[in-house]
Design a binder for this molecule. Structure first.
Ligand SMILES: *Cc1c(COP(=O)(O)O)cnc(C)c1O
Length: 247
C-alpha cells in the first residue's frame, strides 16, 4: 500500500513528535532531570506499516507492537529498514521462538514460565535476550504482570535464567483514579526498582523504567520513567488511510 499524501503525513507526524518531545523535556526539567534520559518507543499498533516507515525517516526507529503476530507482520513489511522492534504486550510462550529474533527488547515478561522459555531460546541461539519485568502496579485483575509483593522472590530467581538479561521494570497505570492514581503507581514502580536493583544477580540490571503512555507520560517522566511508550498521541490529525482496520 502507498499512502496518497506522504508529505502531509510526514509533516503531521513530525509536528506531533516535536510537541511530544517538548512536553517530555518540560516534564523532565520540572523534576531536575535531563530530557536525554528519556527515550520514546513509538507504538505502531494503530497504524499501517507505511506510517512506521515514515517514523523511521523522521529519525524514530524504536517501534513497539503489543501483539506478537502483528509485530511479525509489520517487521516483514518494514524489512530493510533499521527498525529496533520492542514487544510491549503479552507474549504467549508458543510465540516466543518466532518473536525473539525480531526484537531488541521485550517489555512484558510476566511469569517465571516465560523467563524459562526465553532462557532456553536464548541458550539455543547463543545470544542473550533483553527483557523488562512487567509489574502489575495498578492491582487491576485484567492487567498483566508480577505483583509488587512477589518481585523480591522473582529477582532472587533471575540467576536461574542466565541467558535472559533483565534491564528494568515495566508498568501500566490502571484505568481508575486518573493522573493522581497513575502517579502513585509509577512511584511504586520506581521504588521497587530502587529497592530491588542492589539485589539483582550479576548479568541483570534494574535500570530502565518503562512507564507512561499517551494519557500519562508527563506524570511518568516526573516519577522517573526512562522509556515512555507512546501510540495515539503521535497519530493525532493523520488521515484515515493511515490507520489499520481491524487487528
Ligand atoms: C497501546 C499501548 C501503548 C500506547 O498506548 P497509547 O495510549 O496509545 O499511547 C503503550 N503500551 C502498551 C503496552 C500498549 O499496549
Amino acid at each position: 500500500m502507498v499512502l496518497s499524501n506522504w508529505s502531509e503525513i510526514r509533516a503531521v507526524l513530525g509536528r506531533n513528535l516535536t510537541t511530544v518531545q517538548e512536553r517530555i523535556a518540560q516534564a523532565a526539567r520540572r523534576v531536575g532531570r535531563a530530557p536525554e534520559e528519556i527515550s520514546i518507543v513509538c507504538v505502531t499498533k494503530y497504524v499501517v506499516p507505511d506510517v512506521a516507515r515514515c517514523l523511521v525517516e523522521l529519525g524514530y526507529n524504536v517501534l513497539g507492537e503489543s501483539r506478537p503476530q502483528v509485530l511479525w507482520r509489520k517487521a516483514e513489511a518494514c524489512a530493510g529498514l533499521p527498525v529496533r522492534w520492542h514487544l510491549v504486550g503479552p507474549l504467549q510462550r508458543n510465540k516466543a521462538k518466532k518473536t525473539v529474533p525480531l526484537v531488541e527488547l521485550i517489555h512484558s515478561v510476566d511469569s517465571l514460565a516465560l523467563l524459562e522459555t526465553l532462557n532456553a531460546i536464548a541458550a539455543q541461539r547463543g545470544q542473550p535476550v533483553d527483557v523488562l519485568l512487567e509489574v502489575n502496579i495498578s492491582g487491576e485483575q485484567a492487567k498483566h504482570g508480577f505483583s509488587p509483593q512477589e518481585m523480591p522472590a522473582v529477582v532472587a530467581q533471575l540467576a536461574n535464567y542466565p541467558h535472559v538479561k533483565v534491564q528494568g521494570l515495566m508498568g501500566m497505570a490502571g484505568l481508575e483514579g486518573g493522573l493522581s492514581a497513575a502517579r502513585q503507581q509509577f512511584a511504586l514502580l520506581r521504588r521497587l526498582r530502587d529497592e530491588l536493583a542492589p539485589l539483582c544477580p550479576a548479568g541483570n540490571e534494574l535500570r530502565e523504567l518503562s512507564m507512561g503512555m499517551s494519557g500519562d507520560f508527563e506524570v511518568a517522566v516526573e516519577e522517573g520513567a526512562t522509556v515512555v511508550r507512546l501510540g495515539s498521541i503521535l497519530y493525532e490529525g493523520l488521515p484515515s488511510e493511515c490507520f489499520e482496520t481491524g487487528g
